[in-house]
Design a protein around this ligand. Structure first.
Ligand code: RM4
Ligand code: MN
Length: 386
């Protein structure tokens, strides 16, 4: 049993986002931190630290244009030299003045064209970096009833998605991300998993839904969405983060580790765990007040702990209790796994893999943070939006 769980945990891969290493904040203030990367190459160097200490963060998501470089093959080679690979390419059609009334759903055909062209250019970046995944998130929506036609906006969205879908090459896919609200406050064009799912089903197998854990109304049962999408073969992956009030982008598993466990349990239950499942475990977070590399290490560990607990569930006992209608018994099987302290198991697993048992402490001792603080002087620090 423990050997099986260890083998499953060894195969885990969690993708960190390039933007987690840059400066970030809220609309009130971005706090600059020392040692922050000045370019995508330095972001990858920081991501390599997360992988070095956890052993399970081998890929990095890029955000275009924040990570725009002249030579993507060189960036990809730099990643490989650090023991990393380029993960999902995240498109950005939300930070240009032209997108005030939307990107691919904008009433103006010229702006729709510009937005779609950006998405197609992101597929070019995939070709150049070897990435197999395009992540599409649209800030599109309206603020006032009557501002634009809800149905026409769906037609425009479908048209753009279909053009991007047709451009995907062999082995490439896109993940459509939904978000309830913000920056649009009255109606968002892809507000929920059902909308994303319906667009994906129309397009075909290379279109899948990505669940950003911060993009739901309070109280939403995310594990149900996960179970459903997996059942339909449409769960492409996760953007993990923690939320309390809105789309807080805080460290995954921080406010509600039990929710993360419930999600991971449904992932395992539905066959979404393991490299062959195609489900990508990505972090989509920012570290506004805490140190960034350490924050990513903690986040990766939080996902790993939730996964270990999910793998510990005694599925035989659970199925038996469920079949017998034993409400309390079934619940207890799940809670037993959740209440198990998996930290010793994970420390053992790391030691067996030649890693330090405590990644946080080992990173702190490594002196990397002090080194980059001393080295990275001058230039412009990377930040949300640069
Ligand atoms: C959005 C969404 C996207 C992320 C951007 C930065 O809310 O979650 O996945 O790329 O934020
Ligand atoms: Mn996201």
């Amino acid at each position: 049993m423990t050997t099986d769980i260890k083998a499953a945990l060894r195969a885990q891969a969690i993708e960190t986002p390039s933007w987690a290493y840059g400066n970030s904040g809220t609309r009130f203030k971005v706090f600059a931190q020392p040692g922050v990367p000045r370019d995508p190459f330095e972001k990858l160097a920081d991501a390599a630290q997360v992988h070095a200490f956890t052993g399970i963060a081998p890929s990095v998501a890029l955000h275009i244009p924040w990570d725009e470089v002249d030579d993507y093959a060189a960036l990809s080679a730099h990643a490989a030299g650090l023991g990393l690979r380029i993960g999902a390419i995240n498109s950005n059609v939300f930070q240009d003045d032209d997108y005030r009334l939307g990107s691919v759903t904008n009433p103006d055909a010229r702006i729709r064209r510009k937005a779609t062209d950006h998405l197609l250019a992101c597929v070019d970046v995939m070709d150049a970096t070897g990435s197999d995944t395009l992540k599409l998130w649209f800030s599109d929506g309206i603020n006032y009833p009557g501002q634009d036609d809800l149905r026409a906006r769906q037609d425009r969205l479908a048209e753009a998605l279909s053009e991007v879908y047709d451009r995907l090459g062999e082995g490439q896919r896109f993940l459509l991300e939904y978000k309830l609200f913000e920056p649009a406050f009255y109606a968002t064009d892809v507000p929920d998993w059902g909308t994303a799912y319906a667009h994906c089903v129309r397009l075909g197998e290379k279109a899948q839904v990505v669940v950003d854990t911060g993009h739901h109304a309070p109280g939403t049962n995310i594990e149900f969405i996960v179970a459903f999408l997996l059942r339909e073969g449409r769960l492409g992956g996760f953007d993990f983060n923690s939320r309390f009030y809105a789309d807080d982008d805080l460290m995954v598993g921080s406010a509600d580790p039990f929710q993360l466990f419930r999600i991971m349990f449904e992932v395992v239950r539905g066959g979404g765990y393991g490299p062959e499942s195609g489900v990508a475990f990505m972090l989509d977070q920012c570290h506004n007040i805490e140190p960034k590399i350490a924050g990513q290490i903690r986040s990766v560990m939080n996902v790993q702990e939730a996964t270990a607990k999910a793998l510990l569930v005694d599925t035989g006992a659970l199925a038996a209790a469920q079949a017998a209608g034993d409400v309390l018994g079934a619940n207890a099987v799940l809670m037993d796994a959740y209440n198990t302290d998996v930290r010793p198991l994970l420390a053992e697993l790391r030691a067996e893999a030649g890693l330090e048992p405590d990644p946080m402490a080992a990173y702190a001792r490594s002196g990397y943070f002090e080194r980059v603080c001393a080295e990275r002087v001058g230039g412009t620090q990377a930040g949300w939006g640069a």
